[in-house]
Each structure stands twice: as structure tokens, then as C-alpha cells.
Design a protein around this ligand. Sequence first.
Ligand code: ATP
Ligand code: MG
Length: 233
Amino acid sequence: KNWPTEGAISVKDLYVRYRAELDPVLRGLSFEISGREKVGVCGRTGCGKSTLMMTLYRLVEPSSGTIKIDGYDITAMGLYDLRSRLSLVPQDPVIFSGSVRSNLDPFGQFKSRGDGEMWEALKRAGLDETVRAYDKGLDAEVKEGGANLSVGQRQLLCMARALLRASKILVLDEATSNVDNSTDSLIQRTIRTAFKDCTVLTIAHRLHTIVDSDRILLLEGGQLGEFGSPAQL
Ligand code: ATP
Ligand code: MG
């Protein structure tokens, strides 16, 4: 199965609440994103950006509304199918204890394919030099919580995993802190080059991320504030 082929995302009248007694965090959110579009998602702290990302990945279930990818309702597909094709890069990714290899391929799907593809994915993510510098290369240990990798490098490792899987959709929650400028621009460059043919949603905390987007989705209090090109906003 090659789904999704386009990577188009359609969100309709989405309501998400964390508990029945709480007010909804997303309140009637609707928007459409075309395949290959690069969308910057922004808005004040607490407006629901991360909640939207988690809902796309089905870490949170909406109370009503639908999300479709290439026309297919994401609740109609298995969680494994969804999560192996849509890659999420969290604000502060948790790295599993293990090796670079086991973090790139947690389910052992690529075991039989040799190391070449893994190095290629690392290279496209701009992380090959870092890993080559480790004595054991792909088998170098990475510590739980990723202590020997910076937050930005952990995000790049998640991006390399997405490249290995050939995910058509990447959802990236930009780290708010502790990312040095060179790693930050490497992440932006990787989005533009390695993920050129993918749909990318980036939760942006920095201005230059927004400027690079095709469109900007501004969330306001769990609703769509604006959705247009950077020049329009
Ligand atoms: P930031 O820019 O600070 O990352 P955000 O836009 O990503 O903010 P969310 O994390 O989506 O905001 O949170 C939206 C709202 O939902 C906030 O009011 C937050 O307190 C609430 N919230 C988030 N996670 C939970 C949870 N697990 N249980 C209850 N409420 C939650
Ligand atoms: Mg957030």
C-alpha cells in the first residue's frame, strides 16, 4: 500500500476536549491543505497547536468532526498504518534507549535492507556527519531521553526516520528552546530539500520558519484565525 499518494489533509468541524467537564480546546476547526504544501502553524501559547498535531496522529481523539487524508477518514485506518505513514516530530522528542539504528527503525522493518538506506536517510537529514563521528556509527548507543543528542539533533533523527519510511506527511513541532542556530537552519533546509515532495506542517515559534512556508495557519482560541500566504498576513 502506498497510501497516502498526495498527502492532502482535510479537517472538518473538529472539536477536541481533554475531559468531558473541560471546555473544548479545538472548537469547530476546518481547513484544507493540498499535497506537498508547507504550512506554518502559529498562534499564542495554549491556543491548541500541539493538540491539533496530536489529533492528526490520533494520540487524542476528537469529540466530533473529521480528519481525512487523501479523502480517507483517519479513524477508519489502523493506528499502526496511520502512524507508520504520517511522521510526527515532537517539540522535545523522546529517544528510545538503544542504538541510532534502533531509533531509526524501531519496528525492524528495514533490517533486511542493509545499512545503505539508513545512512542515506541520515545524510538527507544532515545528521550523517554526527553519527559517523561516533565510534560505533549506526550501532552507537543513544541514551534514554537522548542525553547525548541535542533537542535539534533528536528532531533531525525523527526526520531521518520519516525519510527512511518515506512518509508523505511530516508534522513538526518546532522546539522552543535549546536549538542552536546552525541546527535550526539545518532543520529548515531539510524541510525544503529532503521533504520537498511531502506535505509538511510546522508549528512555528520563530519568524523565519513562517517566512519559508507556502501558507500560514493562525489558530486563535482553538479556531481558525487566518489561513493565507505569508505576504497576505
Ligand atoms: P504552546 O505554544 O505553549 O506549545 P499549544 O498551542 O501547543 O501551546 P496545547 O498544548 O495544544 O497548546 O494546549 C491547548 C490547551 O489545552 C491549553 O489550555 C492546555 O492547558 C490544554 N491541555 C493540553 N494538554 C492537556 C491535557 N493533557 N489535559 C488537559 N488539558 C490539556
Ligand atoms: Mg505546543
